[in-house]
Design a protein around this ligand. Structure first.
Ligand code: PLP
Length: 457
């Protein structure tokens, strides 16, 4: 551990509590409980400062798609660091990794997506398309088309625009969000909110809320609709089959841009290069990040369709937007090497044909447990919905406690999962082996049994 004195290392927990403010954390509680200090990663495992090993069922934060400890990335980064650690892409300049990465990304998108605008993160990517969509409509002679429609319980990052687009009430409450011009409709969460409707009836009903919202605001005032193909942070909510085709139809009929937030779903997570491909829809704009570099270095971007891109290039003139680190050469080099690995190891195909179905089978085996309300899975993105009474889809009164009880039991037994309220979320590295999936399912089963013994009827 370079530049870190032995005394400081032995005291990291106390130093963390004294000096480090963590994201999305109650610092008083966290400081009392103490943070876990993760020191090392290899493949699908991480190791803490006591040497305890955890299977990372969550790929860091939905991002370490190729697993930990890949020297190829370290070496590509080292080469680029030595060659050119930084240069900007502002004043008529570019760098080789940025160019090659833009080309590489678009080669995996549909034929109508040929351009990328780079950012440092997924939040910045959402801020970027937010402005881009309005600029597009301005250039199209429709400057009143400004409103953006998003969804309750969606997640689009933590900047002012990102948090506004997101539908997390507890985020909006801090800092007077959402900003003006952002509107929300309900999510297609059948298990929790579908009532007596069939899944497909409910999917259509939720999609048609978009149409109603457009009518309410006036078509001439609406710029875009944004959604994650599959909600991630909201609980890996896979929409009913009826949902996405209807959303795409409405966006087309009402002439508003469709924005697919691919920050989690992109780069193989769903068994396709991008989540919208799983649902067979074509977005006009698509923010990306996370799996783009497998989290090895921070980088994001917006994939821009020709519909928007041609107008930006031909009509807009200066788009007065960008970041010091847009197209950062070292981050781009890491991302390029990451995409090379995903291609060469055929990880997208592997998720689609092999390990995704294998995970599905494993998760299905949990359905005999009384606490499992449903399992939803696409590729290596999955959720186990907890239930107090699965026959009636009754959920626990205290949803947070239910989820945390399972999560903590799994953690103690060496598996990192995430709980969003009463949904247990899985998003392992795409390189996870069959044996590691078995281990993940075994520990999860024990966690679910434990929670039922504590909380069950
Ligand atoms: C994580 C995430 C973001 C924000 O990305 P950051 O890199 O954390 O800024 C945006 N959208 C989705 C769908 C995400 O999951």
């Amino acid at each position: 551990m370079p530049n870190t004195s032995a005394a400081a290392v032995s005291n990291l927990g106390a130093l963390d509590a004294a000096h480090h403010l963590h994201p999305f954390s109650d610092m008083k509680k966290l400081n009392a409980a103490g943070t876990r200090i993760i020191e090392r990663g290899e493949g699908c495992y991480i190791f803490d400062n006591h040497g305890k090993r955890y299977l990372d069922g969550f790929a860091g934060l939905w991002c370490v798609n190729i697993g930990y400890g890949r020297r190829e990335i370290a070496e590509a980064v080292m080469r680029q660091m030595n060659e050119l650690p930084y240069y900007n892409t502002f004043f008529g300049t570019t760098t080789p990794p940025a160019v090659l990465l833009a080309q590489k990304i678009t080669s995996h998108a549909g034929p109508n997506i040929n351009r990328v605008f780079f950012t440092g993160s997924g939040s910045e990517a959402n801020d970027t398309w937010f402005r881009m969509a309005r600029v597009y409509w301005g250039a199209m002679g429709k400057p009143t088309k400004k409103a953006i429609i998003a969804r309750r319980n969606g997640y689009h990052g933590s900047t002012v625009a990102g948090a506004s687009l997101g539908g997390m009430k507890w985020m909006h409450e801090q800092g007077d969000l959402p900003i003006a011009g952002v509107h929300h409709i309900d999510q297609p969460y059948w298990y929790g909110e579908g009532g007596e409707l069939s899944r497909d009836e409910f999917g259509l009903k939720m999609a048609r809320q978009l149409e109603e919202k457009i009518d309410e605001l006036g078509e001439d005032n609406v710029a875009a609709f944004v959604a994650e193909p599959i909600q991630g942070a909201g609980g890996v909510i896979v929409p009913p089959d009826s949902y996405w085709p209807e959303i795409a139809r409405i966006c087309k009929a009402r002439n508003i841009l469709l924005v697919a937030d691919e920050v989690i779903c992109g780069f193989g997570r769903t068994g396709h290069w991008f989540g919208h491909q799983h649902f067979g829809v074509e977005p006009d704009l698509a923010p990306i990040a996370k799996g783009l570099s497998s989290g090895y270095l921070p980088i994001g971007g917006v994939m821009v369709s020709d519909r928007v891109g041609n107008v930006l290039v031909e009509e807009v003139g200066d788009f007065n937007h960008g970041f010091t680190y847009s197209g950062h050469p070292v981050c781009a080099a890491a991302a390029l090497e990451n995409l090379r690995i995903i291609e060469d190891e055929k990880l997208v195909e592997r998720v689609h044909d092999d390990i995704g179905p294998y995970l599905a089978t494993g998760l299905k085996s949990l359905e005999d447990l009384p606490i499992v309300g449903e399992v939803q899975q696409v590729g290596l993105m999955a959720a186990v919905q907890l239930a107090e009474d699965k026959a009636t889809r009754k959920r626990f009164e205290d949803k947070e406690t239910a989820g945390v009880t399972v999560r903590n039991h799994c953690l103690a037994n060496g598996l990192v999962l995430r709980a969003t309220a009463d949904r247990m979320l899985f998003s392992p590295p795409l390189v996870i082996t069959h044996a590691e999936v078995d281990e993940m399912i075994d520990i999860t089963r024990k966690g679910l049994e434990h929670a039922w013994s504590v909380l069950g009827a």
